[in-house]
Design a protein around this ligand. Structure first.
Ligand code: GLN
Length: 193
């Protein structure tokens, strides 16, 4: 039985919990740095507003412990703002957050106002996966050879994996399709390659 911690400072953390509920996976919310001491097999960084989440993580002294846990191999799944938190390179953005994943991410890549849309595409060979984008980032470039591109939409990289880290531009927790969460559990938690 796995237990997954969900960063619950801001954003769409409840929906990830509901998704894990549906999969019968135990989970708990991470609201303060003490919560990071609870045993967990995986971590979810939800979508929301990366600057707000980053500030809160900073104030709550969570940035460094989280960075260390992820660098130490804790499986992590970042959606949307969660992808921004993981990225080492954010181009012209003034702030950086956890900086564990070798990707260059463009924030609000589809524009701030009209940047929300829904599509279906292929993810790691799974077809017709629903993808909800909300003022989403995308990966402009992968910056290490071990980053595997898992999905593209209109020529842009919208999902990638590097070792114990999975990041999607879209919000799989907002659609009624558990395949991506299940993929995270199967590939990064149960049989990490
Ligand atoms: N635009 C947000 C940011 O820059 C991300 C949006 C989202 O997570 N849905 O942090």
């Amino acid at each position: 039985m796995h237990t997954i911690g969900i960063l619950a400072l801001q954003g769409a953390f409840l929906e990830h919990g509901q998704m894990l509920e549906g999969l019968g996976v135990e989970h708990f919310e991470i609201r303060q740095s003490d919560d990071l001491n609870r045993p967990m097999d995986g971590l979810i960084l939800p979508g929301g507003e990366s600057t707000a989440m980053g500030k809160l993580m900073d104030c709550l002294d969570m940035l460094q412990p989280l960075r260390e846990r992820i660098a130490g191999g804790l499986p992590v799944f970042g959606t949307c703002a969660g992808m921004i938190l993981l990225a080492k390179d954010l181009g012209d953005e003034p702030r950086r957050f956890l900086q564990t994943m070798d990707i260059r991410v463009l924030r609000n890549a589809y524009g701030r106002q009209l940047g929300s849309f829904f599509t279906r595409s292929t993810f790691a060979g799974m077809e017709d996966v629903p993808m909800t984008f909300i003022r989403a980032p995308y990966i402009e470039q992968v910056t290490a050879p071990d980053v595997e591109v898992l999905a593209t939409v209109d020529g842009h990289i919208v999902a990638a994996r590097q070792r114990n880290m999975l990041a999607t531009s879209f919000h799989p927790e907002l659609n009624d399709d558990p395949r991506i969460h299940r993929w995270f559990i199967e590939h990064l938690i149960e049989k990490p390659e």
